[in-house]
Design a protein around this ligand. Structure first.
Ligand SMILES: Nc1nc2c(ncn2[C@@H]2O[C@H](COP(=O)(O)OP(=O)(O)O)[C@@H](O)[C@H]2O)c(=O)[nH]1
Ligand SMILES: [Mg+2]
Length: 311
């Protein structure tokens, strides 16, 4: 039963948390039921998105940040939406050893997400997983996404604080800028600051942020050496400052309402579509044929599909 599991999850049972997350990721009936019960208990966690190119050290940095937050007494949930994440597999030995102190810590919960199969797309599934980890009582939820395509922009819709990780010497220092992901950054990180070209990236990012000032918040640029935990404390400090800024400026409230609005519309859209398709059967194929043959326009076809669902 979903509610028994939810009850145990709320009491801190990790196996129940794992089970509920699987339900939620699969979009099952138990998952929906659990989310209904858990949603009112969510909204306390500070959600941090960490994005940037593959290999920039996001997972390593998330590990370093988590260790720092643990020292500050915070509990941490981690969602890795990166199939190559050392949180799931493929870690080189050194990384794996460093991950172990996290995986054995009862104040840390790590979830790797499958990148396929979720109804409503990955971002919807991610935001549900965040809701569950939040309701489970984690003070902070960190979401790691690969900087490829839409994911990193969508993560900015789920996170309160978006951290964009840059690295020196990736062929083109301003790769990230081109991909447009600097625009979503609340905090910029130059990781691998032990490499000689780091200073150049740092300077370029300063020029960029001088041009792109956000009202009320100056995007800080932090140098880190993630595999040595260097810069993690400074990163935790600016994230905390950003959280304070969001709260005090009223931005957080505004964000909550914008997101509630977006969630309502997204879910309504998905449900209407589901409803329209549930009864339609071959009628969909028929309409597709008619549109393809230019016998009817898509809007008329949609009208008929909706009418058929209602009757
Ligand atoms: N030199 C150097 N290597 C790093 C640093 N941070 C991470 N790495 C290494 O970069 C590689 C990719 O790291 P990973 O965290 O998996 O990157 P992700 O793909 O962005 O999650 C690993 O071998 C890390 O050990 C750093 O600050 N300096
Ligand atoms: Mg990773």
């Amino acid at each position: 039963m979903a509610s028994d599991r939810v009850q145990r999850l709320l009491e801190g049972d990790r196996r129940s948390l794992t089970r509920v997350l699987t339900w939620v990721e699969n979009g099952s009936a138990e998952g929906r039921e659990s989310l209904r019960e858990l949603f009112p208990k969510s909204g306390r966690a500070h959600v941090i998105g960490v994005t940037g190119p593959t290999g920039s050290g996001k997972s390593t940095l998330v590990g370093a940040l988590t260790r720092e937050l643990r020292q500050r007494g915070k509990t941490v949930g981690i969602v890795a939406v990166d199939p190559t994440s050392p949180f799931s597999h493929g870690a080189i030995l050194g990384d794996r050893i460093r991950m172990q102190d996290l995986t054995s810590d009862p104040g840390v919960f790590i979830r790797s997400m499958a990148t396929r199969g979720a109804l409503g797309g990955l971002s919807a599934a991610t935001s549900d997983v965040v809701t569950v980890l939040d309701a489970a009582g984690n003070d902070v939820v960190i979401v790691e996404t690969v900087g490829a395509g839409q994911d990193e922009v969508e993560i900015a819709d789920t996170a309160h604080t978006t951290v964009v990780v840059n690295i020196p010497g990736a062929g083109d220092d301003m790769q990230a800028l081109k991909a447009g992901i600097l625009e979503i950054a609340d905090v910029l990180v130059v990781n691998k600051a032990d490499l000689p070209q780091a200073e150049g990236v740092f300077k370029q990012l300063h020029i960029y942020t001088d041009l792109q000032r956000q009202a009320g918040w100056d995007v800080p640029i932090i140098k880190t050496i993630a595999h040595k935990d260097e810069g993690a404390a400074e990163l935790a400090d600016v994230i905390e400052k950003h959280r304070e800024y969001l709260t005090e400026s009223g931005r957080l409230e505004e964000m909550r309402r914008q997101r509630a609005h977006r969630q309502l519309l997204t879910v309504t859209q998905a449900m209407l579509l589901e409803g329209a398709l549930a009864e339609a059967g071959d009628f969909v194929d028929e309409l597709v044929e008619q549109i393809a043959r230019r016998e009817i326009d898509p809007r008329t076809a949609a009208d008929r599909l909706i009418a058929a669902a209602k009757s």
